[in-house]
Ligand binder design. Structure first.
Ligand code: 5AD
Ligand code: SF4
Length: 449
């Protein structure tokens, strides 16, 4: 299917890292079908919006973006060209045919499990078959049908190992849009890790909506995430491993142990808690308590004392009182997050919490801003605690200033340093001399020119 490159493809990606990964894979699939990725939509032959449904007004935002794209498509048509438009991702899954009804400009609607069908859907379009909508969960494995990974600019890459979620938190659409938990077989993950390493990747982030529930088939039976991580660590060329996103109840002892016995596994963990109130956690159907979460983190830090914690928080979940909210602030102080993501609760159609009585918007706003102030205090403290330390930095790209490179610390912080281009893709010790809320800067302690 190696057609000559002739058409321009633009993909706009919203939402999570899973979508970033999926956009890369779609782009690779379409490269084989004669498309070349471009950075702007104006002149593209195919525009894909890879959408996210997790929060506020997701579908409305997609429709207004489609309105803007419609103008570009009209202008292109006046110049005698044609722009095909597709909607992919979780809004595509949730809205399906409705998207084509509301915006007839759209030629393709493709749910997250059907991306490998894109080239065939484009062929069907070209042969005049009209708008193509695929939102089912096909029996075949999309990863088998997607082409192998191609040479990559960055030494860090995402690698999807698990999709979907069986947890059904009361606020979340993921179990509906991404479906039930599914783990890729071990051999497929390892083969992709080897291909990534061969293309110059040194750091992989294993991705899944509930990645630590990984239970893929491998030699001798079902493998846990810990076992998978140890096997990926054996892949020649892979020096750093991360994983995201995890549920507290799936952090098993072996995964905690892997943080101590596997050097490649980085000391950074994104472990959403959502709330520090047991009453709210129960209403959220989280199936853990604030205390069990804090105890879990204590155990993780006994194993790996320098573990940097990240998390997700929701404020203003239905029924959340001021006292509940203050328990969340107390949990933040107990955990001392190095960074975190926080959101106002937004009712998602079809989820259990969406019909409950809502906390007023001004209360949500006020709590979000207090929560973020508290998170910032700990983030800045963590950043400052890095001053004077020497850290191994994986240099990923050039910075804005001439001679400057940007890399990542083991704790996922961006680090700026002056270094020759030969340092790109290398892991090099850097002494941290300055800390900022979202980045660090430092100096190489060895001459590498
Ligand atoms: N409202 C607000 N935040 C939400 N999240 C998921 N669903 C909602 C919602 N309905 C947040 C959670 C989750 C992160 C990916 O997005 O914190 O961990
Ligand atoms: Fe959503 Fe995560 Fe809960 Fe699954 S574990 S339902 S993805 S918030």
């Amino acid at each position: 299917m190696n057609a000559p490159v002739s058409k321009k493809l633009f993909i706009r990606t919203y939402g999570c890292q899973m979508n970033v990964y999926d956009s890369e894979r779609m782009s690779e699939a379409l490269t084989g079908a004669g498309y070349e990725a471009v950075d702007t939509p104006e002149d593209a032959d195919l525009v894909l919006l890879n959408t996210c449904h997790i929060r506020e007004k997701a579908a409305e935002k997609v429709y207004s973006e489609l309105g803007r794209i419609r103008k570009m498509a009209d202008e292109k048509a006046e110049r005698g060209g044609q722009m095909r438009v597709g909607v992919t991702g979780c809004v595509a899954q949730a809205e399906g045919e409705e998207i084509v009804r509301r915006q007839p400009l759209v030629d393709l609607v493709v749910g997250p499990q059907a991306y490998h069908r894109l080239p065939a859907m484009l062929d069907a379009l070209e042969s005049g078959k009209g708008a193509q909508v695929v939102t089912d969960f096909p029996a075949e494995d999309k990863f088998d049908a997607l082409p192998p990974r191609i040479r990559r600019a960055s030494p860090s890459a995402f690698l999807s190992v698990q999709e979907g979620c069986d947890k059904f938190c009361a606020f979340c659409v993921v179990p509906y849009t991404r479906g039930a938990e599914f783990s890729r077989p071990v051999e497929k993950v390892l083969a992709e890790a080897r291909r990534l390493a061969a293309s110059g990747v040194r750091e992989v982030t294993l991705l899944g909506q509930n990645v630590n529930a990984y239970h893929g088939e491998g030699e001798g039976g079902t493998w846990s995430l810990a076992r998978l991580i140890r096997a990926v660590a054996q892949v020649e060329g892979i020096d750093r491993i991360r994983y995201t996103t995890s549920h507290p109840n799936d952090m098993d002892d072996d995964l905690i142990a892997a943080h101590a016995d596997t050097d490649e596994l980085m000391p950074y963990l994104h472990l959403p808690v959502q709330s520090g109130s047991d009453r709210v956690l129960k209403a959220m159907n989280r199936k853990h308590t604030a205390e069990s979460y804090v105890r879990l983190i204590d155990r993780i830090r006994e194993t790996r004392p320098d573990m940097a914690m990240s998390g997700d928080f929701i404020v203003g979940f239905p029924g959340e009182t001021e006292a509940d909210f203050e328990e969340t602030l107390a949990l933040i102080d107990a955990v001392r997050y190095s960074q975190a993501f926080s959101f106002k609760y937004s009712p998602r159609p079809g989820t259990p919490a969406s019909t409950a009585e809502q906390v007023p918007e001004p209360v949500k706003e006020e709590r979000l801003s207090r929560l973020q102030d508290r998170l910032r205090v700990h983030q800045v403290r963590f950043q400052d605690s890095c001053l004077g330390r020497v850290m191994p930095i994986l240099f990923e790209k050039t910075g804005r200033e001439p001679g400057q490179l940007i890399g990542r610390s083991p704790y996922l912080q961006p680090v700026h340093a002056y270094a020759p281009d030969t340092a790109l893709r290398q892991i090099i010790p850097v002494r941290i001399d300055a800390s900022f809320p979202n980045s660090l800067s430092g100096t190489l302690i060895e001459d590498i020119s």
